[in-house]
Design a protein. Structure first.
Length: 303
């Protein structure tokens, strides 16, 4: 009997326990050296926490940076959260750490920007509806009205912000006001406008874009046509954080599918849409679960 297919995010969910109100996370970046893991583990133990997952990475064991992500269960985490952060200050100072605690039960608010192509938006909305994305989608912003019906169907506020060269600065100001009111994370689900440096600097490492190509190849517009003209044998998609350098931000996730000379540009676009949906969904899920640490123009993803 043929087994039913499982969406990649559903497979992830099947391998992990459901998030509980007592689940906390800790992400750390600091100069590498002895005793870091022991100090963090001992601290959590003394607070009464149980570590359920721990991941570490070092760029160099003697002169590099150390990255760590810990998930733990702690009774009454919500009421003790501020106290936990305060008590950790001594370890933070001792190891010169950048450290961030988060609560798994607290959903990040997500605003999605989109233009005319809706396949990535539809994927995110469906995964949100089925509980695969632990978030609150609080608004959809678009320079076209194509997504308005979908937003209405999901009872999500829709903001139509048409852009022209003359109105771009004014529109971005309105969009920033929307972001400040509604968003912890911004997802560009095929939003075909270039964000200004001002917009990007307003939310560093909080804007996720899906590029319909396997970066760093075929940057900019019409990548599938570019790929067809080059006779590629692999077609792919890339999810990355947005920086002021077009399509050059830290890469979060990529995927590819093999193609050959029989595929025209329309075929590549059709195949690419599926890859885009999956790649963006993975990247968004990992961001929501605090699995990504950014270093220079790279990411460490504890997936």
């Amino acid at each position: 009997m043929t087994q039913p297919s499982v969406h990649p995010l559903q497979a992830d969910a099947l391998q992990q326990p459901r998030q509980a109100g007592e689940r906390g996370r800790l992400r750390i970046v600091c100069p590498d050296g002895p005793g870091i893991v022991a100090a963090v583990s001992d601290f959590l133990f003394r607070q009464g926490a149980n570590i359920v997952q721990s991941d570490q990475y070092t760029t160099h064991p003697e002169a590099g940076l150390f990255f760590m992500r810990v998930e733990f269960d702690l009774p009454n985490l919500d009421s003790r959260f501020s106290e936990l952060q305060h008590r950790f200050a001594e370890i933070r100072q001792r190891f010169d750490m950048q450290a961030e605690f988060t609560q798994a039960a607290v959903k990040k608010r997500m605003v999605i920007f989109v233009s005319k192509e809706l396949h990535c938006l539809q994927e995110l909305m469906w995964l949100w509806q089925t509980g695969e994305l632990h978030t609150d989608i609080t608004a959809i912003v678009s320079n076209h009205r194509d997504a308005e019906a979908l937003a209405t169907a999901y009872n999500v506020p829709f903001f139509h912000t048409p852009v022209t060269p003359e109105t771009k600065a004014l529109v971005e100001q309105k969009q920033l006001e929307i972001v400040d009111a509604y968003a912890d994370v911004i997802v560009l689900a095929r939003y075909m406008q270039i964000l200004s440096p001002r917009f990007v600097h307003h939310r560093p490492n909080q804007i996720i874009n899906i590029h319909h190509s396997f970066l760093p190849a075929f940057i900019g517009r019409n990548p599938y046509q570019q790929a067809y003209q080059r006779g590629v044998k692999l077609i792919g998609a890339t999810a990355h954080y947005v920086t002021e350098d077009l399509d050059e931000g830290p890469i979060i996730e990529q995927d590819v599918q093999r193609v050959d000379h029989r595929f025209d540009a329309a075929d590549l676009k059709r195949i690419g849409r599926h890859i885009e949906r999956v790649v963006l969904a993975r990247a968004v899920k990992w961001h929501l679960e605090d699995r990504i640490l950014v270093h220079d123009n790279k990411t460490i993803v504890f997936s």
